[in-house]
Design a protein. Structure first.
Lengths: 245, 326
């Protein structure tokens, strides 16, 4: 039998490219990667450190002093960050060789990708449990730092609304609000001192009738009469019911 | 035999049980079956367990009574309350206190196994069938933040409920993951790790008819036999993992002897390194059966305990405290 005649010659480089792309396609066809429970790397740790600066410039340092805790990362559908006490971390390190840990220590928060200037970047979101642990830890280990955290106390109506997931309007805040600053995490408390959740000061476009009521706050942050200042609900204890336990 | 048949028919017609369940009620409660059946007809009680990591029972009682609830302490457990919700406009599972993790909705029978296990601060506890976490969080509160818990469940969807409850109740010394507990020996670190093990084994759930009436007809003998086999495997694995001198509590929310005394008698036949202990709070429940349907389980079963719905006004439960001798 002679050689086949008439068949096109295949470029070797093109053949290799097709092999590579079919390998990648094969990997996709196998399904999503298996979740892992791993130590947080330096890049992702820096995201957490930056976030903690919105709580207090020394908050991260206080938490991590004397290597009391380690940061671990669950790479499942929701990318969860855990703050793991040292003793538990030793045990987790042994177990994760044979099983994928899904929960360990304190659930600090999660990472989510967001588009920023044509790039996808990871952002950290502090959880209710993370907030609860942090404020308690700071209260017990550095009362001075605790006093300097940004906090608000709500009245009964504000508590109910907040726990339903609503934002906070200033007429429901009992504590002094003069020193509230944007881009700082605000810890929200009930009148009994119970930690209810986290909020962020925000300015929103409204009608001019609200201007008189919130004049001081609006003038502090904006020259416009059309902005309302409120606290945006980041996370609250009511989320257990909304997400279903 | 004829009289028995008449009784079975009456139970089936009047109370809606299938034949198998009607027969089993008579076999497992030979003197009390009508009282048990009537007890199963009552609506379930609302019971809560106070999370003592966050609040004292007295303070929680005061706060909930301000919301119109009426609380009465449970027997045996001093951090449990029966709750009357008639005069409150708030749902018990949606109060401010519930969201803050101050209490857990849990039946009295379900609180007993951990109470018997009695975890102490500093101990290593393995919960082999942990989801959705009522007993795991109870273990967590008794450890008071010292010691470690490993909580395992076979279903990933149920692990999410477990995680949610661990978060809500502030349990910070637990590790949870999805795993078939029968094969936990494949994790070398776990061998001889637990000081105590809770095996609240998966079962037919025949003891929770008050909450779920479908249990009257949903199970047959084959289901019970399958569960019995699984329970024996889990128990054997748990005992292999347990430290020498460690304790294991085996519990089910079933009244079938196949899932209770039969499993215990089989494990006693198989292993000579274990012994059944009289529980420390011996007045919780009544002694288990020593024989049923021609099976003889032995007098050791008198150290196991059954919770009777008619006597204890809660779900039917079984528990057994086992010690590993060496």
């Amino acid at each position: 039998m002679g050689k086949y005649v008439g068949l096109p010659k295949i470029d070797k480089k093109l053949k290799e490219k097709r092999k590579e792309s079919s390998k990648k396609a094969g990997a996709k066809r196998r399904g999503p990667p298996i979740p892992q429970f791993i130590k947080l790397n330096a890049t992702k740790t820096s995201i957490i450190i930056d976030y903690f600066k919105n709580i207090h410039e020394n908050a991260y340092k206080l938490l991590m002093e004397k290597d009391k805790f380690q940061l671990y990362y669950y790479t499942g559908k929701e990318r969860r960050i855990f703050l793991v006490p040292q003793e538990l971390a030793f045990l987790a390190a042994k177990i994760r060789k044979n099983a994928t840990i899904q929960f360990c220590g304190i659930y600090l928060g999660f990472l989510k990708s967001r588009r920023k200037r044509e790039k996808m970047v990871d952002e950290f979101y502090l959880s209710y449990e993370g907030g609860r642990f942090i404020q308690e830890y700071i209260k017990n280990h550095d009362p001075e730092m605790f006093n300097s955290l940004q906090k608000v106390t709500l009245d009964e109506e504000g508590e109910k609304k907040f726990l339903y997931g609503s934002d906070i309007y200033f007429n429901n805040i009992l504590s002094d609000t003069d020193d509230l600053v944007k881009r700082r995490i605000t810890f929200v408390y009930s009148q009994k001192g119970e930690f209810l959740g986290l909020a962020l000061l925000k300015v929103k476009l409204v009608g001019p009738q609200e201007f008189e009521k919130y004049k001081n706050y609006i003038l502090k942050y904006s020259n416009s009469q059309n902005f309302l200042v409120s606290l945006m609900n980041l996370i609250d204890a009511g989320y257990y019911l909304r997400k279903g336990a | 035999m004829e009289k028995n048949d008449e009784v079975i028919k009456k139970i089936m017609e009047e109370f809606g049980y299938n034949r198998f369940m009607a027969e089993q009620l008579i076999i497992n409660y030979p003197e009390d079956y009508m009282a048990v059946i009537n007890a199963f007809e009552k609506p379930p009680r609302n019971t809560i367990r106070v999370n003592t990591l966050y609040i004292s029972p007295a303070e929680l009682k005061r706060q909930l009574e301000q919301k119109g609830f009426k609380l009465r302490p449970t027997q045996w457990i001093d951090y449990g309350f029966h709750v009357n919700i008639d005069q409150s406009k708030y749902p018990l599972g949606a109060t401010h206190e519930y969201l803050l993790g101050y209490y857990y909705l849990q039946s009295l029978g379900s609180m007993i196994p951990v109470h018997i296990l009695s975890p102490q601060p500093g101990e290593n506890i393995l919960d082999m069938c942990a989801a959705p976490g009522s007993k795991t969080t109870q273990i967590g509160q008794l450890l008071k933040g010292k010691g470690k818990i490993i909580a395992v469940d076979i279903k990933e969807t149920r692990i999410e409920s477990l995680i949610s409850n661990l978060n809500r109740c502030g349990i910070e010394n637990a590790i949870a993951f999805t795993y078939d507990a029968r094969f936990l020996k494949r994790i070398p670190k776990l061998i001889n790790w637990p000081d105590k093990i809770l095996l609240d084994a998966p079962c037919t759930g025949s003891g929770v008819i008050r909450k779920d009436r479908s249990r009257k007809t949903s199970r047959k003998l084959d289901d019970v036999k399958i569960m019995s086999k699984l329970q024996l495997q889990l128990l054997d694995t748990g005992l292999d993992l347990l430290k020498p001198k460690g304790l294991l509590v085996y519990s089910t929310c079933s009244f079938h002897y196949h899932e209770n005394e039969l499993v215990i008698s089989k494990i006693l036949e198989k292993r000579d390194d274990i012994e059944i202990l009289e529980p420390p709070f011996a007045d919780i429940g009544l002694p288990g059966l020593i024989e049923a349907e021609g099976h003889e389980f032995g007098y050791e079963m008198l150290k196991t305990r059954r919770i009777y719905p008619n006597l204890h006004d809660t779900d039917a439960f079984f528990y057994c405290l086992i010690k590993k001798k060496y």
